[in-house]
Write a protein that binds this ligand. Sequence first.
Ligand code: BGC
Length: 361
Amino acid sequence: MLLSMTTALAAHGSVTKTAFGTAPDGTAVDLYTLKSEGIEASIMTYGARVVSIKTPDRDGKVANVVLGYSALDGYVADKSTYFGAIVGRYGNRIAFGKFSIDGHQYQVPTNNNANSLHGGTVGFDRLVWQGKAITDGVEMTLVSKDGDQGYPGTLTVHVRYTVHHGALRIDYVESTDKPTVVNLTNHSYFNLAGDGTSTILNDEVMLPADKYTPVDAGLIPTGVLAPVEGTPFDFRKATAIGARIHDDNEQLKIAGGYDHNWVLRGNNGEVKTAARVYDSNSGRVLTVTTTEPGVQFYTGNFLDGTKYGAVQEGHAKNTGLCLETQHFPDSPNHPAFPTTELKPGEMRHSTTTFTFSTHAK
Ligand code: BGC
């Protein structure tokens, strides 16, 4: 009797809240720790960021499989990696920070050479969200005002993180009071070795996509959906990341590695596999499923091991990989891409799940 009660409690997991410092504007930041069988994830209200995900390797040894910092000041000082953040209002790039909706032109900040990246100079990653414990997780809410970073419409965003049997699920719900564009994603850097220092180049990746969106020198899609067949972008069969990353290929050179959007098979809005990653040393496997039409596979090319402020925890090149489920970059300027426009009265919902398991030797 006692035994079965304990098991039941363990299966349900727990959600706890602790203080995680104070944001530069004086707002207190909270850290929510979500536990379920085979997973413990910590999410903070600053940027609704994933701070850690602890999962067992094939021998049951538990380690943190995402890059980050031990304290808030690291995240505040680091303005380039977006570790663990929900990026928005528009994840990835908008060419020259310009787009138009219904004949109205908008200009958003150009914070990445000539282009806008991840929502502008003060994107959602740098704001303190409202956290609320829910069953198996936390709901983070953000209201971005009309004109925030130049984007039209008051946008209300609810992001729910929940854990269940080795999986972290993220549900996004968005609504607006004026037509706007939205492209939210999570910017976690996975290091399945769990040490944050070894490179991800030996990880085997599978991306079920027949096409990807090649980019220009500013990493803006050219608009072409190019076949992956016969290129280093063909991950339809699991392949080590490092096997072709240094190939003599224009697209790899532009990005200094992989930093591209793959066009997922299946319909926009239906749950489908976006990626699988296997680290043969630890035995950890990460499977990503999503309702989004694309995934940005980024191999941490711009990580440079920099020390941020007082925090001596910079991470070196290729020590983490991102699988940012998303609409395609620069969609507002490519009418043929699935639309990122959101209209008043619409409630957009998307979901992405990161499932961790292990594979025997
Ligand atoms: C982009 C990279 C960028 C990184 C942020 C990724 O989503 O595609 O080009 O450097 O985010 O640091």
